[in-house]
Design a protein around this ligand. Structure first.
Ligand SMILES: Cc1cc2nc3c(=O)[nH]c(=O)nc-3n(C[C@H](O)[C@H](O)[C@H](O)COP(=O)(O)OP(=O)(O)OC[C@H]3O[C@@H](n4cnc5c(N)ncnc54)[C@H](O)[C@@H]3O)c2cc1C
Length: 329
C-alpha cells in the first residue's frame, strides 16, 4: 500500500479522461489518469465513427490510440489496468482515490470520467452482432441503415425518441416493447403513434439475434401473452433499455438526476467542491465523443483555476448547478 500525492486525479481513460489528462498535462499539473482496462473507453466497442469532426471515417480503436498518444505526449500520466475502488473526501476537503490494491492517490481535485454502460438484453447473438446490426446509439449508427428495415427495443423516452429519429434513415422501424403501454412521456408517445414508418409490437421480447455471413438478418421474437414465436426480418436492432452511469465509486451524497447521472455546474464541478465530472457520466442532453472531450476541456481548465485560487487563499465561489435535461438512458 502506498500513498501518492498529486494535484489532480482523473478516473477513466475514455475520450473524456484522455482529453482531461492532455489539458492537465499541458497546464503542468501533477496528474494521473487511472483506467481499469485499456485506454479508449467506449471507442473500443465502436467499430467506425463518422461524426467526430475532422475525421469523416475513423475506426474506434484508431481514434482511441490517437487520443492516448496525444495525451501522453503532453504529459498525461495514463495508468492502465488500475481500477479505482472508491473516492472519498477527507476532513481537510481534499480527496483520496483508493485503488483495488489499496494504493491511495491523494489530491485536492478529482475529475470523474468513468462513463457508463448501456444495459444489455443478454440474449444470444447480442455480442456476436454488436456493430454488425446491434447498436446502443441511434445518433452514432443510424446513418448506416439508410432504407433498411430495423428494430428498436424498449418502451421509455429513449426508445420512443430514438425510434422516431431512426425513421429519418430507415424505411421501416419495428418498436418492440415487452408491455402493452409505453413508459415514455405522452408527447413522445404521440410522435411514435403519428409516425407511419413505425410499427409497435406490444407484449413482445427478443429471444435471439440471428444473421448470416457476420451480419444480422433477423431476430427471434416471442409474444409474452400468446406465447407465439416468430422471426422478424431486420438488419439492425437498437437497444434502449437503460444506461448505467459509473458513479458507484463516489462516497457520500452527490447531486444526480433521476437516472443517476452527475449534475454539474457550467465548470463541470459537481455538488462536492473540487470534484469534477465530464463525459457520459454527466447529466446532459446527449452523449457523444464530441461532448465528452468538450466537457473534459472545461473540467481540466476549471481544475487549474480552482487549484490556483486554492493556493492563493480561498477557491472562487461555486456557481449554481445548471438545470439539466433528464438522462437519455
Ligand atoms: C456502441 C456505441 C457506439 C458509439 N458510437 C459513437 C459514435 O459513432 N460517435 C460518437 O460521437 N459517440 C459514439 N458513442 C458514444 C461515445 O462512445 C461516448 O459518448 C464516449 O465514449 C464517452 O466518453 P467518456 O470518456 O465519457 O466515457 P467512456 O468512453 O465510457 O470511458 C470511461 C472509461 O472509464 C473507465 N472506468 C470506469 N470505471 C472505472 C473505475 N472504477 N476505475 C478505472 N476506470 C474506470 C472505463 O473502463 C472506460 O475506459 C458510442 C457509444 C456506444 C456504446
Amino acid at each position: 500500500m502506498a500513498t501518492h500525492e498529486l494535484e489532480v486525479v482523473i478516473i477513466g481513460a475514455g475520450p473524456a479522461g484522455l482529453c482531461a489528462g492532455m489539458y492537465a498535462g499541458r497546464s503542468m499539473l501533477k496528474n494521473v489518469v487511472l483506467e481499469q482496462g485499456l485506454p479508449g473507453g467506449e471507442l473500443l466497442n465502436t467499430e467506425v465513427i463518422e461524426d467526430y469532426i475532422g475525421f469523416e471515417h475513423v475506426l474506434g480503436y484508431e481514434l482511441a490510440d490517437k487520443f492516448n498518444a496525444h495525451a501522453i505526449k503532453f504529459a498525461a500520466d495514463v495508468r492502465t489496468y488500475h481500477r479505482v475502488e472508491r473516492v472519498r473526501r477527507t476532513a481537510d476537503g481534499t480527496f483520496e482515490t483508493v485503488m483495488e490494491n489499496g494504493d491511495i492517490f491523494a489530491s485536492p481535485a478529482v475529475i470523474v470520467t468513468a462513463g457508463g454502460t448501456p444495459i444489455k438484453l443478454e440474449i444470444p447473438g447480442e455480442i456476436e452482432y454488436a456493430g454488425k446490426g446491434v447498436s446502443y446509439c441511434a445518433i452514432c449508427d443510424g446513418a448506416f441503415f439508410k432504407q433498411h428495415t430495423i428494430m428498436v427495443v424498449g418502451g421509455g423516452d429513449a426508445a420512443c425518441e430514438e425510434a422516431d429519429f431512426l425513421t429519418r434513415y430507415a424505411a421501416k422501424v419495428y418498436l418492440v416493447h415487452r408491455r402493452d403501454a409505453f413508459r415514455a412521456s405522452k408527447i413522445v408517445q404521440q410522435r411514435v403513434f403519428n409516425n407511419p414508418k413505425i410499427e409497435v409490437i406490444w407484449d413482445t421480447v427478443v429471444d435471439e439475434i440471428a444473421g448470416a455471413e457476420g451480419l444480422m438478418t433477423h431476430a427471434k421474437i416471442r409474444n409474452l401473452k400468446s406465447g407465439e414465436r416468430r422471426d422478424l426480418q431486420a438488419t439492425g436492432l437498437f437497444i434502449f433499455v437503460g444506461f448505467r452511469p459509473n458513479t458507484g465509486i463516489i462516497e457520500g451524497h452527490i447531486e444526480h438526476d433521476a437516472s443517476g447521472y452527475l449534475i454539474t455546474d457550467a465548470n463541470m464541478e459537481t455538488s462536492i467542491r473540487g470534484l469534477f465530472a465530464a463525459g457520459d457520466v454527466r447529466a446532459q442532453l446527449t452523449r457523444q465523443v464530441t461532448t465528452a472531450v468538450g466537457d473534459a476541456t472545461t473540467a481540466a481548465i476549471a481544475v487549474e483555476k480552482y487549484l490556483t485560487a486554492r493556493k492563493n487563499g480561498a477557491p472562487p465561489p461555486q456557481p449554481q448547478p445548471m438545470l439539466t435535461a433528464r438522462g437519455t438512458g
